[in-house]
Design a protein around this ligand. Structure first.
Ligand SMILES: [Fe+2]
Ligand SMILES: [Fe+2]
Length: 169
């Protein structure tokens, strides 16, 4: 699958989880939804940080990518908090709301600024090859409860390449 299509599809899935969460008033169900949501956000962030962002780290895009990894960091910190709480905690819904707002903003930045520029920069076969790698890594991660890695990723933002580059995929 094309890398951009893959990422936007996953964005819609994450939005659907937030919607489902808000519609629920059952704590067990809320925990299940959060667990799936956190796994999806964790695996999505990882494929972006390890494959997508480094592949498109060039010129002006590098500024956007530094913002992006900082936004990932902010979201991971909230997820790490939530992993330690249960939905009966009085701050749980509030943290979920802030997480949703964070993600909403981040997704908007990616879809309105980053992805259109990447689409102009990389050729269709490159986007296809990159997307395939990303999809494969995502599926592998999703089998390993990826949310559990999030608390170890809350000290600093994920590293980006030192120099601008196009990565041949
Ligand atoms: Fe994304
Ligand atoms: Fe992202």
């Amino acid at each position: 699958m094309n890398a951009i299509k893959l990422l936007t599809t996953q964005h819609r899935q994450v939005e659907a989880f937030f919607k489902k969460y808000k519609a629920s008033d059952d704590n067990n169900e809320k925990l299940d939804i959060f667990t799936e949501l956190a796994d999806n956000i964790a695996a999505h962030s990882t494929i972006e940080e390890k494959l997508f962002y480094p592949a498109v780290y060039v010129g002006k895009l590098s500024e956007l990518l530094h913002e992006a990894v900082e936004e990932h960091l902010a979201a991971k910190r909230i997820i790490a908090d939530l992993l330690q709480l249960s939905p009966s905690h009085e701050e749980y819904d509030a943290k979920m709301k802030v997480l949703e707002e964070q993600i909403e903003h981040h997704v908007e930045e990616e879809e309105e600024k980053l992805l259109p520029k990447v689409e102009q920069t990389l050729k269709a076969p490159e986007l296809e090859a990159l997307g395939q790698k990303m999809e494969h890594l995502f599926e592998t991660l999703m089998k390993q409860d990826p949310r559990q890695d999030v608390p170890q990723e809350t000290d600093e933002a994920a590293p980006l390449p030192q120099e601008a580059r196009f990565v041949k995929t």
